[in-house]
Design a protein around this ligand. Structure first.
Ligand SMILES: [Zn+2]
Length: 99
């Protein structure tokens, strides 16, 4: 299962916030008159494809001195992550593995 390709854009039009995908589909975020936090929610949701891409691109950092790679978030040595690793949790959640 993969998500709709980005970039997604926040759209604040009238009383509602939406997130619009390149193929024209959109996700309704909700009312922005009474729920101002939906403005921030729309921007956050629109950034998700890039955030996920960034997290997937930087899973391991190579440490030349020790000739090993480690996770910059939980500091575990490749190929392991700590169960509490924020990167691991965020990527799994984004891919539906924690639902
Ligand atoms: Zn980690």
């Amino acid at each position: 299962m993969t998500h709709t390709p980005g970039p997604w854009k926040a759209n604040l039009n009238g009383q509602d916030a939406k997130v619009i995908c390149p193929d024209g589909r959109c996700f309704d975020v909700g009312d922005i008159v009474y729920h101002k936090d939906n403005i921030a929610n729309a921007y956050l949701i629109a950034a998700v494809p890039e955030l996920l891409e960034a997290l997937e691109a930087v899973e391991w950092v190579y440490e030349r001195e020790y000739e090993e790679s480690y996770c910059p978030w939980c500091l575990s040595i490749k190929p392991y992550h700590a169960p509490s690793c924020l990167r691991l949790i965020a990527v799994r959640k984004a891919k539906g593995a924690l639902s």
